[in-house]
Design a protein around this ligand. Structure first.
Ligand code: SF4
Length: 309
């Protein structure tokens, strides 16, 4: 997903747009001052993920975090998410900087260069997140192997993409090669405060200044579509550019084999309204300050499961 072929992607996005049509301008993030978009509470700013990750239908997670200031405990899955995200970021950044540094090389050379200090990079990432303080020894070893496998997989994708781009250009220049091989900004920060969202929202990947990409490292959940919707609205409110598409990219590893599954969304009126309803309900829970209670059934994968049950 990080080494996209924008032409191929463009075809898919056009199809989506022809199916869903246009977007009501009053639901664009830059119209943040209207009744639907303006936040119901002043001075409270929420993260997109705490709204979008709707494990809990009664919003007890919001109550626990925002009213009782009780953060969700860290699990293996939480730590794994941090590490996978950071590995993706490192490979993209490193591929970009190597191309700037070494100039136009072929895919094989890029791949070899990316792999040279792979182990050191992974060790530093684990250190940066103080992984030994959260996980047991055998979990750390497993995570390390997975992180290395993910790193190598992404390095190979970068190299293959570079070769494909070079094979199509007769007189390549460095800037255009890099923009075609790696057309994404990693961890782009946007300010969502005009919509009641955090001032430093981190978008995993921002492609071609028109697509927000969210990386997920767990199971596929329907509510993940609200994460890209929230980021799209925030980009529109902060940067005044229209965002019609979002991609949720699911990364998983099975016996060190990497699987990537992408779900592409047209961020139309319905998704926008649904995200804003979630935001408003979360604000209501905070304003009331009363425990909303548990839903009839709590999913075991809820991050607060060990706290509520
Ligand atoms: S464990 Fe149940 S009540 Fe608690 S936050 Fe999760 S879904 Fe809600």
């Amino acid at each position: 997903m990080f080494f996209l072929d924008l032409l191929e992607l463009d075809r898919v996005l056009r199809q989506l747009k022809s199916m869903y049509g246009s977007i009501d301008e009053s639901l664009r993030g830059w119209n943040w001052s209207n009744d639907v978009l303006s936040p119901p509470l002043e001075g409270v700013y929420l993260g997109v993920s705490e709204l979008a990750n709707r494990y809990c239908s009664t919003y007890r997670d919001v109550y626990l975090k925002r009213v009782l200031s009780k953060p969700a405990p860290f699990s293996y899955k939480t730590v794994r998410g941090w590490i996978y995200h950071t590995v993706c970021k490192r490979v993209v950044e490193k591929a970009k900087s190597m191309l700037y540094h070494e100039g136009i090389v072929n895919g094989h050379r890029l791949y070899s260069s990316l792999l040279i200090d792979r182990r050191d990079i992974i060790d530093k990432v684990l250190e940066e997140y103080r992984v030994p303080s959260y996980l047991k020894e055998y979990e750390i070893e497993k995570l390390k192997r997975e992180a290395e496998a993910l790193y190598s997989f992404l390095a190979l994708q970068a190299a293959a993409r570079l070769d494909r781009v070079l094979s199509r250009i007769s007189r390549p220049d460095l800037e255009s090669v890099i923009s075609k091989v790696i057309p994404v900004d990693v961890e782009r920060i946007v300010n969502g405060q005009l919509l009641g969202l955090s001032s430093e929202l981190k978008i995993d990947m921002f492609a071609d200044k028109r697509i927000v990409i969210e990386i997920k490292t767990g199971d596929i959940r329907d509510f993940h579509k609200y994460a890209v919707t929230g980021y799209a609205l925030a980009v529109e409110s902060d940067l005044d550019i229209p965002i019609d598409y979002g991609i949720v990219s699911y990364i998983s590893l099975k016996e060190e084999n990497v699987k990537i599954r992408n779900k592409i969304y047209f961020i139309g009126d319905e998704l926008r309204r649904e995200f804003l309803e979630i935001r408003d309900e979360a604000f209501n829970v905070i304003r009331r300050g009363i425990d909303p209670g548990k839903p009839p059934e709590c999913p075991e994968y809820c991050v607060y499961y060990g706290v509520c049950i």
